[in-house]
Design a protein around this ligand. Sequence first.
Ligand code: GAR
Length: 208
Amino acid sequence: MTDATPIVVLVSGSGTNLQALIDASADPAFGVRIVAVGADRGGIEGLARARRAGIDTFELHLRDFASREDWDAALAERVGSYAPELVVLAGFMKLAGPCFLARFGGRTLNTHPALSPSFPGMHGPRDALDYGVKITGATLFVVDEGVDTGPIVAQTAVPVHDGDTVDTLHERIKSSERGMLVDWVGRLARDGFSIDGRRVVTPRKDPA
Ligand code: GAR
């Protein structure tokens, strides 16, 4: 087996997607090693999960920097210090800036709790519920300079139930999202990928 692919995961919240990656990484066959977990805020369960797993953590708070550009440069530098091959944004509530993308563009993945291109932004579950769609889901994509606009790696669909609240809907999305994230981060790390326009190309074909 080849060496595990080093990845850095960035979080802003409860970190259940991170936990799914931590759990999967315990199996060497998964082919991923989480070398650090970073956050834009402190006191979150996502960081606690990383610490309990013995993973290096760091915090870079926007308010501690003179400008967003400075914060972006510091984030790029800190992530780069771990020499990751892939960066995974798992509930990271900040946009990757130009400096970060210059270094990690094309190898930063983000997961968004809606079926792109519908409902981009910070409130995917709420916006889907308000619109009245019957199916929503989650989208894993390669980050570009837009808001949830990058080439799509994978999507998973879930039903919207009568009586759903934003929380019940988001929880249903997250239970599918975690499986998608684990499957595809493992697959991309093990097999590699390239980007052809809006398509993410992997060496193996999907089953017919
Ligand atoms: C996930 O649903 C993720 O898609 C979403 O935050 C949740 C994090 O959950 N991300 C965004 O909305 C990014 N704009 P978790 O902290 O339990 O993994």
